[in-house]
Design a binder for this molecule. Sequence first.
Ligand SMILES: [Zn+2]
Length: 244
Amino acid sequence: MILTLDVERDWERGGTKNLELLPKIFDLLEDHDSRATLFIVSSIAGEVSEIGVPKKFEIASHGKTHIRLDRAEREKVREEIVESKRELEELFKRKVTGFRAPYFVLPKNSYGILKEAGYIYSSSRAFGIFPGRYVNFSTRPEKIGGVWEFPVSGFLIFNFGLSWIRLFWPFSRFFLPSAPQVFYFHPTELLEEAPKLGLIGKFYGRNRGKKAWEILEEIMARYGPTESFAYYLRTYSRSSGFER
Ligand SMILES: [Zn+2]
């Protein structure tokens, strides 16, 4: 299984307290001999690079400012895609080849921009239904505009992310997929404090902090050791036909 983290602000317009949890997350992954891909919002990447990201964890882009790309002008979309990659590469001195659109919404005609910018893959789609964002029941990797898209896996009618698993815990435990390809979570979910966001805050506030750690540990025990996208593509690209 490929493990992915979306590294962004605590919540929309929030602080960056969650970044303090990164070393503890890296320790948990090390305990499970696991790799991961970090999709980082480049506007907070300076703080992330100061904390440091061990080499076995891949650096990828989660855009520049975490805006919805389906609502942005094409030039703005290009800026988010191109500049985030440049900023991350400059800061971390590593090649960035992966992209994840904020909120899992990426217009189909943006894949060409990803290709031009030098990305190899994207994980900008997620299985399931999210009102106002997406409806998608395919998790098969497919090549769009010259870039491989690897959707986040699913369970029931939701994406296989810690947020949905937390919301329905412990019920969700019995519906977890047997062989998922891509899992994701936000470090911010491991903060005790819930976002002040009304209804979304309530939804997002259930089983946070200590409980979220326990669930994450259970997921690592069940699905680890996990891989990063970079490692997966390097290792399996030839046998699975994902040419570079
Ligand atoms: Zn995000």
